[in-house]
Design a protein around this ligand. Structure first.
Ligand SMILES: NC(=O)c1ccc[n+]([C@@H]2O[C@H](COP(=O)([O-])OP(=O)(O)OC[C@H]3O[C@@H](n4cnc5c(N)ncnc54)[C@H](O)[C@@H]3O)[C@@H](O)[C@H]2O)c1
Ligand SMILES: [Zn+2]
Length: 362
């Protein structure tokens, strides 16, 4: 397996990336979380696919294994569900040296991670991400949270796992739309890092997007990019971590303007990346050919080309309500060139409107 070490101030752990390696989870876990009990948390879609294999691997390595299955979907990421999980851990007498194994997409990772971070002030946590989005993004970096009222990820903390164990074979059962959604985050890393990763993602975009074409190298390079950013700004204090918001200011506004129903997160981020490329050409001197290369990358990954179902004004209004908005405009992450991000670029409201109109009219 490929090993990406994450040396953070709060914890040092490995992200392991392989294909068809779920049976090796238990053995890998004995190195970072020896002994004790393991509680596997997953959703109803993942349970029939990967729960038994996960349980038997852990059992074979000597863990006393139990599990919790929750319904699937973002609506589960709330305090009521967290409280139910606390109840299960309490009833089973889980202690700090026991391990919560979050098996699933970002919803399970964030929820089980939040519960692990707060139950008895923190039990051991292992992320076993099964969506592309979680493998390259959500499972890495230590952000755990639940949604609260209208606020996404409003109640949460930073809590690094003891191990992140990525099995690419899980992507074989992922619905195509979810795979594409994860590919938007992959495109984000490609645009941010340029170089070899950009070439690799361009090759992926050059053919049909299938799980089999998502390679260990590709996922490992995305993870390595995120780990390096997180290491420089583990708790989002220095501002370095903001680079990961490329495409997300407009992406989040699109999700909110469409009531989180029309687009998946990745699709909205894909549109946000398109807008970032367009703005980068106008505000940061991004070369027109590079902009075109970026747009073609998003085309090739099957991400939406055009924004539908929202008035231009609502997206602009929402970006200005963004946490990071100042009075002269919103601070965006843009690109001077592919592979060369610039932080805190002020985008005047007029240009923000124009880019949304451009997205609407393509
Ligand atoms: N903590 C972070 O840094 C971070 C970063 C990005 C996103 N997130 C969070 O991640 C969540 C989105 O994650 P997601 O896109 O993985 O969504 P998800 O967890 O809802 O998974 C998407 C769907 O795929 C199903 N599924 C998962 N793995 C599968 C598999 N291998 N085969 C078949 N079906 C499978 C799930 O049951 C679900 O229906 C959001 O809540 C977001 O806030 C967190
Ligand atoms: Zn994202």
């Amino acid at each position: 397996m490929k090993r990406i070490p994450a040396a953070l101030s709060s914890r040092t752990y490995d992200v392991l990336v392989g294909r068809g390696r779920l049976a090796g989870l238990g053995e890998a876990l004995t190195l970072s979380c020896p002994g004790g009990r393991a509680v596997v948390c997953c959703d109803q879609n993942v349970a029939p696919l990967y729960l038994e294999q996960t349980r038997s691997s852990l059992r074979a390595s000597g863990y006393e294994v139990s599990h919790i299955v929750i319904p699937a979907g973002e609506a589960q990421k709330n305090l009521a569900r967290a409280e139910e999980l606390y109840g299960v851990l309490y009833d089973r007498g889980i202690r700090r040296r026991d391990t919560v194994v979050a098996l699933g997409g970002g919803v399970v990772g964030d929820l089980a991670g939040f519960v692990a971070a707060t139950f008895q002030r923190g039990v051991r946590l292992v992320q076993v991400p099964t969506t592309l989005l979680a493998q390259v993004d959500a499972a890495v970096g230590g952000k755990v949270a639940v949604d609260f009222r209208a606020g996404k990820n409003y109640v949460g903390t930073f809590y690094q796992p003891w191990l992140v164990y990525v099995d690419l074979a899980a992507l074989d059962t992922l619905p195509a739309r979810e795979l594409r959604s994860g590919a938007a985050e992959v495109a984000k890393y490609a645009l941010l890092s340029g170089g070899e990763l950009l070439d690799r993602v361009a090759r992926l975009a050059g053919g049909p997007l299938t799980a089999a074409r998502v390679t260990q190298e590709l996922v490992a390079e995305c993870v390595a990019y995120k780990v390096a950013v997180v290491a420089a700004d583990e708790r989002e204090e220095t501002g370095a971590r903001a680079v990961l918001n490329l495409g997300h200011t407009i992406g989040h506004a699109i999700e909110a303007a469409t009531a989180f129903s029309r687009y998946t997160h990745g699709e909205a981020v894909g549109l946000g990346l398109r807008a970032s490329l367009w703005l980068s050409r106008r505000l940061c001197g991004l070369d027109a050919r590079e902009e075109a290369r970026g747009q073609a990358l998003l085309d090739g990954l099957g991400l939406p080309r055009r924004l539908e179902g929202v008035p231009a004004a609502s997206v602009g209004d929402l970006t200005r309500r963004d946490k990071k908005a100042g009075s002269d405009g919103v601070g965006y992450v843009l690109l001077d060139a592919l592979g060369s991000p610039r932080l805190e670029v002020l985008v005047p409201p007029r240009l923000e409107r124009e880019v949304v109109e451009w997205l609407l009219s393509r």
